[in-house]
Design a protein around this ligand. Structure first.
Ligand code: NI
Length: 174
């Protein structure tokens, strides 16, 4: 089991656009394992490779309840194909932005085309929490964070607050 450090704001890497994967080889499989280990260790429901410092278009999600069996999903090179007009609102947190929650409205249903961990092309229809989570993680691959949905003033305030906490306590683990 390998738990990686999760990169937090204001690290500039979180603003970068991740590169598509050409082939799922040994390194990519290792990366997927590391993403799951790190995500479960932090009680997250999704994690993108950029959050552990790798600019590749890979993300993992698992929105199962605690009392359910795990439902791990790996999405490589995910592309959103359809978005519903109907919206849903969740208060979203992010492992890269400690102690911050932002209410965000997103399409309630989305259809995503992606490659799975075995290299097969798949389509996933997502609803509710899974839909929000997948859209949140795909945003990470494009360098977009939940605080980018806020005004510049609020965003700067949050970044300043987190930078202060980081300075006073050293490394944060969430
Ligand atoms: Ni996030």
């Amino acid at each position: 089991m390998t738990i990686k450090e999760i990169i937090t704001v204001p690290d500039e890497i979180l603003k970068k656009v991740s590169e598509p994967i050409e082939k799922i080889g040994v390194n990519e499989k290792k990366l997927i394992d590391n993403l799951f280990d790190t995500m479960y260790n932090s009680n997250g429901i999704g994690l993108a490779a950029v959050q552990i410092g790798i600019l590749k278009r890979i993300l993992v999600v698992d929105v199962s309840n605690k009392d359910e069996k795990n439902q791990p999903i790996v999405l490589v090179n995910p592309v959103i194909k359809n978005l519903s007009d109907e919206k849903s609102i969740y208060e979203e947190g992010c492992l890269s932005i400690p102690e911050t929650f932002v209410e965000i409205e997103r399409p309630k249903i989305c259809e995503v085309e992606y490659i799975n961990e075995k290299g097969s092309k798949k389509i996933l229809k997502c609803d509710g929490l899974l839909s929000t989570c997948v859209q949140h993680e795909i945003n990470h691959l494009d360098g977009k964070l939940i605080i980018d949905h806020l005004s510049k003033l609020k965003k700067d305030f949050i970044i300043k607050k987190i930078s202060k906490i980081k300075k006073s306590t050293g490394r944060i683990v969430v």
